[in-house]
Write a protein that binds this ligand. Structure first.
Ligand SMILES: Nc1ncnc2c1ncn2[C@@H]1O[C@H](COP(=O)(O)OP(=O)(O)O)[C@@H](O)[C@H]1O
Ligand SMILES: [Mg+2]
Length: 292
C-alpha cells in the first residue's frame, strides 16, 4: 500500500492513505477489522493565542465508529475540520484515509441543483448518476432525484447529505452534529439509518455530538474532549454486546447503558438530573434503536 504524504501547511503533516475500508461483513465487530484508518498524534490548534486543542492523540480503526463528546466550544468541530483537511493552521500529525466525507448539521445542499445533482456534485464519470440514484435509494429518497432541495423536509435534506457523503465511498465519514437540527422523532429514524449505513459500508466514523445518548446508541467507542485533550476514551460495552449480539438493540433500560451514561455525564461535568431536565431531552422509549 502506498502512502501519499502531503503537507497541508508548514505545521500540520497529513498523510492520506488510499482507502482501506474492509468489505461489508454483516455481524463483524470493529475489533476484527484492520486499522487504524485514522491516526492523530499531538495535534494542536490555537486561535489568537488561545489553545483549543492541546495535543490530541486518537486512533480510529477501519470500520470503527467513534463518537466525540464535549461541551460547546470544547474544540470538537475544530478537530473534525482538521481531519477533513479544512484547517491548515493546526500542528501535529494526522493519517487519514484518502477519501473522506463530511456531513454537517446544515445539509448544505445547493438550492439551484436538483437532489441527484447535489449528490453527484464534484463526481466524474458516467456511472456517477447511477451511483447517486443507488445512494438516494439507500437513504430512502428513491423517486426524489429530480426534486429541488427546497421541497425536502429537514430530515430528507439530511438524508440527501448522507447520500452525497456515501456515494464517495469514504474511508472516513466525519459527522458534525448531523442530527442537531432535527426533531426528536426524525432523529431516531436518522440514528437507525446511520447505523445501518455504517454497518453496510464500514467507513471509519467520527461523530461529533453533545448528545450522550446518541453517542452510546451509535458508537463503538466514545471519547470526551475536555480542556483541549481527550480526557476519556471508552469502548461501549453493553449487555447485548457481551452476548455477542452486536447487531441487537441498544436500550436505555440496560443498566450498563445507564452506568456509561452517568460516567460520560460526570466527565462532561453534568449531573444525571440536569441531563434529564434539559430542554428537548427525548423520553426513554424514543431513544432506543433496534433491529425490530
Ligand atoms: N476560526 C476561528 N477563529 C477563532 N476562534 C475559533 C475559530 N473556530 C473555532 N474557534 C474557537 O475555538 C473554540 C472551539 O470551537 P469549536 O471547535 O467550534 O467547538 P465545539 O464544536 O466543540 O462547540 C471556540 O471557543 C471557538 O470560538
Ligand atoms: Mg461544533
Amino acid at each position: 500500500m502506498t502512502t501519499q504524504t502531503t503537507s497541508r501547511s508548514p505545521a500540520l503533516a497529513v498523510a492520506r492513505v488510499p482507502a482501506t475500508a474492509p468489505a461489508a461483513v454483516p455481524g463483524t465487530v470493529a475489533g476484527d477489522l484492520e486499522g487504524p484508518a485514522v491516526r492523530v498524534r499531538d495535534v494542536r490548534r490555537e486561535f489568537g493565542g488561545r489553545v483549543v486543542l492541546d495535543g490530541i492523540d486518537l486512533d480510529i480503526a477501519a470500520g470503527e465508529f467513534v463518537a466525540l463528546l464535549g461541551r460547546s466550544g470544547s474544540g470538537k468541530s475544530t478537530l473534525l475540520r482538521i481531519l477533513a483537511g479544512l484547517d491548515a493552521a493546526a500542528t501535529g500529525r494526522a493519517t487519514v484515509p484518502e477519501r473522506s466525507a463530511v456531513v454537517f448539521q446544515d445539509p448544505r445542499l445547493l438550492p439551484w441543483a436538483r437532489v441527484v445533482d447535489n449528490v453527484t456534485l464534484g463526481l466524474k464519470g458516467r456511472e456517477a448518476r447511477g451511483q447517486a440514484r443507488d445512494a438516494l435509494a439507500e437513504v430512502g429518497l428513491a423517486g426524489r432525484e429530480r426534486d429541488w432541495p427546497a421541497t425536502l423536509s429537514g430530515g430528507e435534506a439530511q438524508r440527501a447529505a448522507l447520500a452525497r457523503a456515501l456515494v464517495r465511498s469514504p474511508g472516513l465519514l466525519l459527522l458534525d452534529e448531523p442530527f442537531g437540527a432535527l426533531d426528536a422523532l426524525t432523529r431516531i429514524r436518522m440514528h437507525r439509518l446511520l447505523r445501518d449505513l455504517c454497518r453496510r459500508h464500514r467507513p471509519a466514523v467520527l461523530l461529533v455530538t453533545h448528545d450522550v445518548d446518541e453517542a452510546i446508541l451509535l458508537a463503538d467507542r466514545v471519547a470526551v474532549l475536555t480542556d483541549g485533550q481527550l480526557s476519556h476514551d471508552e469502548r461501549v460495552r453493553l449487555s447485548h454486546d457481551e452476548q455477542g449480539r452486536l447487531s441487537g438493540a441498544r436500550h436505555r433500560s440496560d443498566p450498563q447503558f445507564a452506568a456509561l451514561r452517568a460516567r460520560l455525564l460526570a466527565e462532561l461535568g453534568v449531573s444525571d438530573d440536569e441531563a434529564e431536565s434539559r430542554p428537548g431531552a427525548a423520553p426513554d422509549a424514543t431513544t432506543e434503536i433496534g433491529d425490530a
